[in-house]
Design a protein around this ligand. Sequence first.
Ligand SMILES: *Cc1c(COP(=O)(O)O)cnc(C)c1O
Length: 406
Amino acid sequence: MTSPRLDTATIGIISAEEAHLAHNYHPLPVVIARAEGSWVTDVEGKRYLDLLSAYSALNFGHLHPAIVSVAREQLGRLTLTSRAYHNDQLGLFADALAELCGKDLVLPMNTGAEAVETAIKTARAWAYRVKGVAADAATIIVADGNFHGRTTTIVGFSDDPTARDDFGPYGPGFVHVPFGDAAAIEAAIDENTAAVLLEPVQGEAGVVVPPEGYLRRVREVTAARNVLFIADEVQSGLGRVGYTFACEREDVVPDIYVLGKALGGGILPVSAIVADRDVLGVIRAGEHGSTFGGNPLAAAVGLRVVEMLSTGEFQQRARALGEHLDAALQTLVGHGVTAVRIAGLWAGIDIDPAVGTGREVAERLLGRGVLVKDTHGQTIRIAPPLVIRATELDWAVEQLRVVLQA
Ligand SMILES: *Cc1c(COP(=O)(O)O)cnc(C)c1O
């Protein structure tokens, strides 16, 4: 963990943390103390460009003034009521989010995994109450390489051994197909199929973009066979790929949007599923909920996030900056990089094993003031805040070039 360039304050804080913190993460050796926009500052005052944005939870950057101000204002008035009572923020948030999605109803939760669980429950209830599937027979089709969160149900249909192994027994009712193959979905659908659950772009898998036409074909097949299409847009949605939703890349509208991460404005966990009344209307009072879901602080922040997205400015930035980043990253292919996958301002960069592992490259970039995250051994993943400047991206790519040559 410790390396010579770490100062004593940093080493002290990391050792103290390791004494009593479960080892479910392996963070890079940097201790962040403050941040603003695209930049973070460590305990010794060193600055780093944040190219991860907390896995897209910080799409608007750190401490965006418009989000912080609404959060501060709400903190002075009301933070939590539980859904046992109404609060004066939740309805406004639900209206705005439903309109952004072009759907009727919103069910608010907190984390992405909870929203995925909510979508699973909704799809099953819809299968029994609307479609007429026999009791407890409903299935959901999922893709190989998926990442939908960390609950026991969700890891049960992961095919990543690190996420899944030793956490069984796993819940039944999930059918795997290869990602990017719509014909496999068509073949897997039977009378018990409630839904197809997909990430429109697989984030955790390393920014895996499906072949052109895939989402359109999935939409056609699910509509024709009376199966719900659930799009897990927790990471791909809310501006990241240059559109409000990654499904818009193919002009596709799913039955259920699953949203999270950036919905909380980088301040607190806010998630939701959004669907029309004929789907989400199946959930009756008392059947599902969350103590914190829809709390007024979350709703005020979520409302501001939706307002910021409704101008299209951030989506446009992501698209333009993504093209800029793509051009810069392509110059590294064959020079320490074996492949680049990109969707909007979101990239998976495969590192040539001759240069090192993804983790090693991430550590070397840390030494040069750039924060990224490795995934699956040889890949580094970047998802810069959408407020980043083109010149900052250029500088970061130059640091990567130096690191790859070293
Ligand atoms: C991060 C993520 C989740 C889980 O969100 P949490 O807030 O960590 O529970 C679910 N789906 C996708 C696609 C994600 O990227």
